[in-house]
Write a protein that binds this ligand. Structure first.
Ligand code: FAD
Length: 587
């Protein structure tokens, strides 16, 4: 069929999410290429106040913009917990349009562990400059060290330190006093690969609005979009050097009509950690047994597709705060404070609604505390004498202090009708449990995949979370400053004194840290993973995966900066190669 009679693009990007938009925006810097972005959600995040207004982010859970996955959290022989919704963004910008803003990159030691999978360019040194590329850092009031501008000086995503709201000033002071009173440090520069201490958080918020990956698309007119459209299958024709060649993509468009769109150069899958492996499987790329189970003919037998699902299990819990020191009375409870905050935001996009709510974050280690426990000592011994949770001195936890009740982490409990509250989120950064997986439930592309996070298959993770909660709660409940403003647990007392009851509580209440990754991991060859060091799918000629699925070792913090980094890095190395080949000068 002559090309003219069928829709054809140089590149088709499947998923206009966090990574997808980075790649699209960068490719589109070459005006000679024609790109199609297929996005399952709508294309209008800028018109949605809940998306753009930072303090309304928690309202997006289970909304029209959420894939709202059903997920196995715990899947043990004697205990099973399945919950819904597990949130992922379904709108232009993907999860960067729904996330909770923290802009972090984690430890050098953890990034260096990627090298085992990606080779010598995938380590802290090889990735550092690409962490910096996506953002522009702003410090309008010149409150922080000028060196912060290095973490982002010219990128489209605008980031800044979280707003120091006057409403929560006394809370921040009390927290800092309690923390430093324990002899612990405040460290503002946690972007140098050494992550520890208490810090003021940088967020993907600036000027009172969310900054998401859609910013990469501004002003590019060589991109076409299909919104509310779902890619359902990659179609292959023939082989090139024993590699399968993708020639087209089947797409359900917004009218539910199935269309075929053709590609000249490459297809890039950026559909995220759950949909990327699903699309690969539906297209015949996956483990032989899994394809056979669904009667799918293998195009590429790739045994790791859908495996190695990683995430941070978190234990959110809630304390009462002294009246007037939190934000519940301003943001969640109707009244004059609420009205004033709305009026202020409407006037000039400032005030509590302009805040991402997370002002301070801590990164402690608790190896000394765990040394009292025989299970830990045994695990350390089995790990060659190295601490399993932070072998290179990495933190054990990211602890988020949100001075408000956050129902996005504990939707099982009603929002307290009165008072101010503190949500403490203890996020275990290097879980020891066996990885989870994504599989097909059916071959109907409209059905959700089966997702199993497989938390706590290793009991050591329960011990670490239990002791982490006790550690931080002691600082909060007994530390100078905090002890004067903290009150009772919500909704009922935490059984801190009982190991058994704490363990049960953790199994019952642990949630996702919203950082799933790893289901199409980076690898040296197909026996280790799904994509190579340029993120090309092993066994395919012109197919790349660029999203959180490729992450082989979970970063020890929120992962959005890492996802942006991955897209910037691969685009850079790939374009260099194409330029050298005179394939796409200017890419
Ligand atoms: C609620 C929440 C809070 C978070 N908070 C933080 C935080 O504070 N800090 C941090 O660092 N990280 C945070 N994260 C994590 C971070 O935002 C994500 O890891 C990252 O954005 C994932 O990027 P991605 O490109 O892999 O996928 P996504 O951004 O999810 O993009 C995937 C895109 O593909 C589309 N799509 C899927 N399937 C198809 C298909 N078949 N056809 C067409 N389109 C398709 C989706 O609709 C989506 O737009 C959070 C995530 C969530 C969900």
């Amino acid at each position: 069929m002559p090309e003219i009679s069928r829709p054809t693009y140089d590149f088709i990007v499947i998923g206009g999410g966090t990574a997808g938009n980075v790649v699209t925006g960068r490719l589109a810097e070459n005006p000679n290429v024609k790109i199609l972005v297929v996005e399952a959600g709508e294309g209008n995040p800028k018109d949605v106040p809940e998306i753009m207004t930072p303090a309304r982010a928690f309202e997006l859970r289970n909304s029209h913009y959420d894939w709202a996955y059903q997920t196995f959290f715990v899947d043990k022989p004697d205990y099973e917990r399945v919950e819904k919704p597990n949130t992922r963004g379904k709108v232009l910008g993907g999860s960067s349009s729904l996330n909770y803003f923290t802009w972090l990159r984690g430890s050098k030691g953890t990034m260096d562990a990627w090298e085992e999978y990606g080779g010598p360019n995938w380590n802290w040194q090889g990735c550092k400059e690409y962490f910096n590329k996506p953002a522009t850092y702003h410090d309008d009031h010149k409150m922080y060290d000028a060196r912060f501008s290095e973490i982002g000086c010219d990128g489209p995503v605008h980031v800044s330190h979280a707003e120091l709201l006057p409403e929560t000033e006394s809370f921040r002071q009390a927290l800092t006093k309690a923390w430093t009173g324990e002899g612990l440090v405040v460290k503002e520069d946690i972007y140098d690969g050494e992550v520890h201490g208490l810090t003021h958080c940088i967020s993907s918020v600036y000027g009172g609005v969310r900054s998401n990956s859609a910013a990469y698309l501004d002003g590019k007119d060589n991109i076409e979009f299909m919104f509310s459209s779902v890619a359902t299958k990659l179609n292959f024709e023939g082989m090139d050097n024993e590699n399968a060649v993708v020639t087209s993509v089947t797409i359900f468009d917004q009218s539910q009509v199935s269309k075929t769109i053709w590609v000249r150069k490459e297809v890039i899958i950026s559909a995220g950690v759950f949909e990327t492996p699903k699309l690969l499987l539906l297209s015949g790329i996956g483990p032989r047994r899994e394809l056979a189970r669904h009667g799918l003919s293998p195009v590429i037998v790739s045994e790791h597709v859908g495996d190695h699902l990683l995430d941070h299990p978190i234990l959110p819990h809630v304390f009462r705060l002294k009246d007037g020191t939190g934000l519940d009375h301003v943001l969640l409870q109707k009244g004059r404070h609420h009205d004033a905050a709305r009026a202020q935001y409407e006037k000039d996009k400032t005030g509590p609604l302009a805040s991402g709510l997370l002002g301070m974050v801590a990164f402690p280690r608790i190896d000394e505390r765990l040394s009292d426990h025989v299970q830990y000592r045994k695990a350390k011994e089995e790990n060659g004498g190295k601490d399993p949770f932070g072998p290179e001195g990495q933190p054990y936890f990211e602890i988020d202090f949100v001075p408000m009740f956050c129902d996005a982490f504990q939707w099982h409990f009603p929002v307290p009708p009165e008072g101010d509250w503190l949500t403490v989120i203890v996020d275990l950064l290097r879980p020891q449990s066996k990885e989870g997986y994504v599989r097909l439930n059916t071959t109907d592309p409209r059905e959700q995949p089966a997702i199993n996070l497989n938390y706590f298959s290793n009991e050591l993770d329960i011990l670490a979370l239990r002791e982490g909660v006790r550690y931080i709660d002691q600082i909060l409940m007994e530390g100078d400053g905090m002890k004067d403003i903290i009150g009772e647990d919500y909704p009922w007392p935490m059984p801190r004194e009982s190991d058994e009851e704490m363990d049960r509580l953790i199994m019952d209440r642990a949630q996702t840290g919203y950082h799933p990754c790893g289901t199409a991991r980076l690898s040296l060859d197909i026996s280790q993973g799904v994509v190579d060091s340029e993120l090309k799918v092993h066994g395919a000629k012109n197919l790349r995966i660029i999203d959180a699925s490729i992450i082989p070792v979970i970063p020890d913090c929120g992962i959005q900066n890492a996802v942006y980094m991955i897209a910037e890095k691969v685009r850079h190395t790939w374009c260099h190669k194409m330029n050298a080949n005179q394939d796409m000068v200017g890419c």
